[in-house]
Design a binder for this molecule. Structure first.
Ligand SMILES: Cc1ncc(COP(=O)(O)O)c(C=O)c1O
Length: 622
């Protein structure tokens, strides 16, 4: 029986399983394996990050479509505008394609730092919105004024009253001798008492790091008025946290922020015309129906936002605000897929051929052997329990010095084989005990990637990402699997979890290639990824489709080579180069020819990245 790895839950129709392969459900529907082999035939061996611009476009289109439908349905008077929050993914191969596929929507960018602001200023088309959130100093506010003076539609969101004082100061400096002063729009981030839900909930609530209390809002409005800047005050902003698993906290926050908007309008804030609801729109990462991460649809989200804003505006007699969203995860997550080769499977030692049975074995080992050879469907549970009991006794006997290392090894192998057989014989019974036992016979798949670099939210927050093999899919995966990355850190593991089990295929990687794909890695993972053990951002490639529907590979950026990594850490790489060369040249154990040979090899290795190569790859390349 096949296994679909939960693709119907998280796949959004973007990928389909057909026969052995998982295919991109677009244009000529190429298999991920075909693309992977194409790239590897060019000599690439480590993990590969594939980017799919058509999936960015799909998300942009669906966000704008669903809000257009909701506005039409409710005859909503305000506009809908959207921005991408750069913190979610600042990589040029993503941003350039994002801006390209969103042409026509006046889609903007949100910045939270000076460097992000520079990207926003350079990449946002004039007229499309830019918002600037987060803490700012005078230079950052000056950059915002430069953007406004250059014609950008830019809104600076005030996070605290001191920022407002700096804005007034910069305004006076920039417009001192101007007949027609130009200033950015001003937004105020409100500190809601409503909190979000899930791992990122603390972005909302009274205790949150950002935003103005109601007292500060009123004070800020008075200060703006006193300086003749009240017309610039155009937006109320809030963000209750990323990956909102439930819709209710958003509804609460919308009511609260909507009433703040209406209260300020009633106070005379004429320029105020927009409410920016931040991000939070969740992505379904789960591969198991019992652990789904989102209890609402995109349509429900849009309908709730539009309906509630309208309801509040109508009841308070104020105009319906323009609605801004800064959804990032929803836009970016699906566009990137990480493909990584499996290098090794680590439980081959538990094979019958590993047994070292003696002429005369300790009686409990003899019994284990008999249990193993005579276990059947009818006695499987009883024999399994006996085996587990014998194992405890045998390990105690070993600790006390009554049996030797070979006996202990035989115990481990026999019990492991009995568990495997029992699970196979009892496969129709879905008991907790069997699920737990799967953890004891799990296979460790060593995968050529770094969890710290490519799935940092798994490491830091336990966020799961859909994972599946990209071949062998017409065969049932039988091995309970845990995934090891290649860092020297025991945290670099996705352990087998009996409540959300992952099963992979029984593969001999010496004979055939086996790749795992990690999906939905396009949001937050890349820039948060860290170079633990100096494993760098993987080689990335953009996959587009030509008019005939055939896939095209472009914009390839190689993972950094060893010397570039050291250079980034500010090592003097010339000095390292000289020192390595001297070491070889002065070595007394080699003749001239050997030295030249070794130097050639050294420079080849220095030009490559940190990820591992399979043994076969080393042979073909050298
Ligand atoms: C102000 C602001 N807007 C938007 C976002 C993006 O949120 P998400 O990725 O959940 O859409 C964030 C994320 O933290 C944020 O802080």
């Amino acid at each position: 029986m096949k296994q679909d790895f939960g693709i119907s839950l998280w796949g959004e129709g973007n990928f389909v399983i057909e026969g052995d392969d998982v295919r991109i459900n677009h244009a000529s529907r190429p298999a991920l394996l075909e693309i992977t082999q194409d790239i590897r035939s060019q000599g690439y061996r480590g993990p590969i990050l594939l980017r799919f611009p058509h999936l960015i476009k799909k998300q942009i289109d669906s966000l704008f479509d669903v809000f257009a439908e909701a506005r039409a349905e409710f005859e909503y008077q305000g506009e809908f505008r959207a921005l991408f929050p750069l913190k979610v993914n600042q990589y040029p191969n993503f941003i350039n394609h994002l801006m390209d596929v969103s042409k026509g929507y006046a889609y903007g960018l949100e910045a939270g730092s000076k460097a992000e602001l520079i990207i926003a200023m350079a990449k946002t088309p004039l007229g499309a919105p830019i918002t600037v959130n987060g803490f700012k100093d005078k230079e950052m506010i000056a950059l915002i004024f430069i953007a406004a003076k250059s014609g950008h539609n830019i809104t600076v969101t005030i996070e605290g009253l001191t920022e407002l004082e700096t804005i007034i100061e910069v305004h006076e400096e920039f417009n001192a001798d101007c007949d027609t002063p130009v200033a950015p729009q001003i937004g105020m981030r409100v500190r809601l008492h409503s909190t979000g839900i899930g791992s990122w909930a603390k972005s909302g609530g009274y205790g949150s790091k950002f935003g103005l209390t109601s007292t500060e809002l009123l004070e800020a409005y008075d200060i703006l008025t006193a300086h003749g800047l009240e017309a610039q005050f155009s937006m109320i902003h809030f963000h209750i946290g990323s990956q909102m698993s439930e819709i209710n906290p958003l509804k609460k926050a919308l009511r609260e922020a909507g009433n703040i908007y209406a209260g300020l309008k009633q106070r005379g804030a004429e320029g105020l015309r927009a409410i920016n609801i931040g991000g939070g729109l969740a992505v379904e990462y789960s591969q198991h129906s019992l652990s789904q991460e989102r209890n609402y649809s995109l349509k429900e989200f849009a309908n709730d936002v539009v309906f509630l804003m309208q309801e509040i505006a109508r009841s308070k007699g104020v105009e319906e605000p323009d609605i801004y969203t800064e959804s990032g995860r929803f836009i970016a997550a699906s566009h990137a897929v990480l493909i990584a080769p499996v290098l090794e499977l680590f439980s081959q030692e538990y094979h019958e051929s590993g047994l070292r049975l003696k002429q005369t074995n300790p009686p409990l080992i003899q019994e284990l052997y008999e249990l193993y050879t005579s276990i059947k469907r009818v006695n499987a549970k009883e024999y399994l329990h006996d085996a587990l009991d014998h194992m405890e006794s045998l390990l105690t006997l070993f600790d006390l010095g009554y049996i030797d290392l070979e006996d202990r090894s035989n115990t481990e192998i026999l019990v492991n084989l009995i568990i495997k057989k029992a699970i196979f014989l009892l496969k129709d019974e879905d008991t907790d005990e069997l699920k737990r036992l799967e953890g004891r016979i799990q296979e460790k798949y060593l995968v050529n990637f770094s969890i710290f670099q490519s799935l940092p939210d798994f490491w830091g927050l336990g966020q799961s990402f859909p994972v599946m093999p990209i071949s062998h899919l017409s065969q049932k995966p039988t091995r309970p699997a845990s995934i090891w990355d290649i860092t020297c850190d025991s945290d670099g593991e996705i352990a087998f979890d009996a409540s959300q089990p992952l099963h992979l295929h029984d593969i001999d990687v010496e004979q055939e290639e086996y790749f795992l794909a990690f999906f939905l890695t396009g949001a937050y993972q890349e820039v948060l990824g860290m170079q633990h053990n100096l494993f760098t951002h993987p080689t990335e490639i953009v996959v587009t489709f030509d008019e005939a529907g055939k896939y095209q590979l472009s914009d390839m950026i190689d993972a950094q080579n060893l010397m570039d990594v050291l250079d980034d850490l500010d090592y003097d790489t010339d000095e390292i180069d000289r020192s390595l060369k001297r070491m070889i040249e002065e070595s007394p154990s080699m003749d001239e020819k050997q030295k030249q040979d070794i130097l050639g090899k050294l420079y080849l290795y220095l030009s490559e990245n940190s990820y591992l190569k399979t043994i076969q790859a080393m042979i073909t390349k050298n």
